[in-house]
Design a protein around this ligand. Sequence first.
Ligand SMILES: [Zn+2]
Length: 283
Amino acid sequence: MVDWAQNGGSVNLIKITFVIALSFLFLFSNITCSTITSGKTPSESEINKEAAKAYSDIKAKSKISTRQDWNAMVQRVAKRIAGASGENFQWEAILIESPEPNAWCMPGGKIAVYTGIMPVLKTEGALAAVLGHEVAHATRRHGLKGYARAIEEQQAGALIGVATAVGGQLLCKTENCRLLTGLGGAAAGIALTFFNRKFSRDDESEADQFGQNYMAKAGYDPSESIKLWERMGSVKGGSAPPEWMSTHPSDTHRREQLNQWLPESQKIYHQAPQKYGTGNEIK
Ligand SMILES: [Zn+2]
């Protein structure tokens, strides 16, 4: 929204008018969906199916990194975290060429890491901390209601699909969200919802705690989850901070909590069949 100011006045006016029109479309769709939707709420497997469609579209439209050492690292960390979670998802992970310091896991276990995050992390263990957090959002079923609603509105013939296709350029905060705006259908609806997601404070704390345990069980020193936050100063203040850097709870509170949980996750780490410490350095 802030970058509107950089455009010319007439363009602004058109954009503002357009956004207002879109807001009415959304409002209208929300009001009517309670009367239109007679179908049942989409099941988790339906949500995962649509997420998988959106994911394969992202794969097709994104530039997949050719850096072999980083790709290998992302694959092994994702695999270990997935295994530690004990969740029977159709796991998949990709490394996308993008300057954004981002990583995410869609419902159903579709993971992406952006090359822009790698130098910030500095260690494989820190990557395990970020993926642990993102995977925990998926395994704890955070945001599922929102994804279900996006599909439901699409099935009800509501306008989210149209709004996604037409207005994604304005509604999206991230590059990958914009990539999906032309997709249409439930997959686009879920993609837009996913990339604009904002979890509650409780969900964030839960993802931090479960994530710390996942990385420990996967064989990475869980204290690296706290060190990660000491490295984050350099990437703060961007226009769209990535989900895992969510400002709620605050960084201080977050570090305090991670410290509090550390004895428990250290116990888990000591029982891990294989230990990698902080893993390889990221250069
Ligand atoms: Zn989060």
